[in-house]
Design a protein. Sequence first.
Length: 259
Amino acid sequence: MDTGLRNKTALVCASSQGLGKGCALALAREGVSLVLNARTAATLDATADEIRRATGVKVTAVACDITTPEGRAQVLAACPAPDILVNNAGGPPIGDFRDWDERTWQKAVNDNMITPIMLIRAVVDGMVARRFGRIVNITSRSVKAPLPDLGLSNGARAGLTGFVAGLARQVAKHNVTINNLLPGPFETARTVDGLAKRAAKAGIDVATFAAARRAEVPAGRFGTPDEFGKACVFLCSADAGFIVGQNLLIDGGAVNVTL
């Protein structure tokens, strides 16, 4: 399949590892030049070098905190007019809502709702003017099926989803699409960390706990960043212009819903 993305430019946030890296690598394989972002310079530079060697595309690495105005300014200075924007940021911590004060809530909303909206605001008019744009927000399956210990994520990401639903339909006529990818359980550092915390709380060793969680997924396993990245490429492809404001679950069937 020719995705029509060769020689496009993508800004991929939080892309030094995990799902962000999976999206970046998949886009690079389609001939897309990249601007990558993460907070840890050493990890980000290693990922940038890996993608350059594997694909030969131009990769620019900008080490900063994308959830701050200063960080966003740095990234946008390096990539003021992307054809593709992949919004991603570290998810908020798990826990009980009784333990979260106002500052914790403000950080969750800033990181997982305000930050992607500000980046969309910065680039969407340029996409409209050029008659091509693809924006993909990495959110969570919790948008479809709230998870009890992910209240911060349930709330902040649902807010972003509501905003996107309206804006996506305003810009679609300009060949600019905005959609969301909703990951379930994937083999990432965040998943491993979450499993360890939940296993400790339950008093079960991590390996046993993780095996039980995998068995709960109808696909019988956790997903891989590579297959997640390929789903992102599909939503970014030139032929995906009729997919507007959608929330694509990619979770191995873990969320048991009809629609």
